[in-house]
Design a protein around this ligand. Structure first.
Ligand code: C5P
Length: 411
């Protein structure tokens, strides 16, 4: 599985340090994906393999993928005598995944009898635990009590998934998806400067049905809105995402509503808007919908010389919800334009911001190289309600999202 998604090109994590504790579980090979994704972003990752983990995977595998160092036994020859203290001195976050029932027990007890427990005991930063075990072991009151103790002390749990375990038993116990581990690791390395904020994001295209089999839409991939939703969540916000069809996967902690049409998107966004602090209206909403032909398929036999379809105007979500702003609420809009250059794009963005009364408006060129629909990067012309304007060269959508949120927070 590839983790080349949404945030893998972000430059905000370069030089950050994560310690990864890996326990003995069939799922431990899946951490190689997380390690690779973090290394691609230049996150420094150190690893501890418990004795159990070393039965499944070797230190060499993680070293070859860029982990440095890979710790083993506490009193092994050649091991630094203070290795059990090092993650506590250098790492900004620690992720234990897969966290076995035994590891949870040792961590809850405050044991220091092996390298991983000792390192966790000497670690004062955010501790993430992603348990994986047999479903009966997971639901045992002893395990649940250990989890409750660890939670009380501030550890964050990435809960196991339900399904069929390697042993064949069904139930909760499978390691959470690697994307969740990756996102939670990034969150633990992010500033929590949006904690306490509620953020609405609309994203993706809308799909306006015409007859029983055809619809009107556009090629939006939802990447820009996905990057905004993810960036806000990474920075501690509570995020509601109203997604058109085909949008990217997002952390399960993000409240996600799936819609098809512009009218459904409007209804879903309007319902939650009064409760929000920030609204990011990133969706490529269809401005018009074809007047419905009906539930049956339109037959081409009757239309040899072509035919006309009447289009009806859809509500403008950004303009309507900007007009309904409560004190303190702020809106961010986008403008996908076919402008000849960035100056022309800025003029269009400026006019659109004023017309829709958004606090901030980000224009991007859909005809530019490395910009617009489906591209992982964007070049932007950004303008705010105070007349402040900036042109940003091509950068990853995740970085665009990060900067736009910082700008909204400053407004
Ligand atoms: O007018 P235009 O479609 O170019 O405006 C783009 C901006 O307005 C985007 O932020 C888009 O999400 C928002 N919009 C909307 N509802 C519409 C049309 C656009 O929220 N019906």
């Amino acid at each position: 599985m590839s983790l080349d998604c949404l945030f893998s090109r972000s430059r905000h994590f370069a030089g950050k340090r994560l310690h990864l504790g890996i326990c003995g579980s069939v799922a431990c090979y899946r951490l190689t994906d997380v390690l690779r994704a973090l290394r691609l972003m230049d996150v420094h990752v150190s690893v501890t393999l418990t004795a159990g983990a070393r039965q499944f995977v070797t230190p060499l595998l993680f070293e070859a993928l860029g982990a440095m160092p890979v710790y083993g036994e506490m009193f092994a020859p050649g091991e630094d005598p203070f290795a059990h203290l090092e993650p506590g001195q250098h790492a900004q976050a620690m992720l234990v995944a897969p966290a076995s029932a035994d590891a949870l027990s040792r961590l809850a007890q405050g044991a220091a009898s092996d390298m991983l427990s000792a390192q966790a005991l000497a670690f004062e930063g955010p501790l993430l635990l992603a348990p994986a075990m047999n479903p009966r072991m997971w639901r045992h009151p002893a395990t649940q009590a250990n989890v409750a103790t660890l939670r009380e002390r501030g550890a964050r749990l990435i809960l196991p998934d339900c399904g069929r375990a390697a042993c064949g038993d069904e139930g909760q116990g499978r390691l959470a998806p690697v994307e969740e581990l990756f996102w939670h690791a990034l969150r633990a390395l992010s500033p929590q400067d949006m904690a306490g904020r509620r953020v609405l994001v609309t994203l993706g295209p809308t799909r306006e049905p015409w007859d029983g089999v055809r619809y009107w839409s556009n090629p939006s991939s939802g990447q820009m809105g996905g990057a905004l939703a993810l960036a806000a969540w990474l920075r501690g916000a509570e995020v509601t995402a109203v997604c058109g069809p085909g949008c990217p996967a997002l952390p399960s902690e993000i409240r996600r509503t799936e819609v098809l049409t512009a009218r459904d998107m409007f209804a879903a966004a309007a319902e939650v808007w009064p409760d929000m602090h920030l609204g990011c209206f990133t969706a490529a909403v269809a401005d018009f919908s074809p007047e419905p032909y009906g539930p049956d398929k339109f037959k081409k036999e009757g239309a040899q010389d072509g035919f006309s379809v009447r289009f009806l105007t859809n509500p403008d979500i950004l303009a309507t919800l900007s007009a309904r702003r409560l004190p303190g609420q702020k809106t961010l809009g986008f403008a996908a334009e076919t402008a000849p250059d960035m100056e022309a794009l800025m003029a269009l963005a400026r006019a659109k911001r004023a017309r829709k009364d958004a606090d901030l408006l980000a224009g991007n060129r859909v005809n530019g190289e490395g910009s617009g629909f489906g591209s992982p990067t964007n070049s932007m012309a950004v303008t705010d309600r105070n007349g402040h304007e900036e042109i940003w060269p091509q950068q990853a959508k995740s970085d665009v999202a990060w900067e736009l949120l910082s700008w909204l927070l400053r407004l």
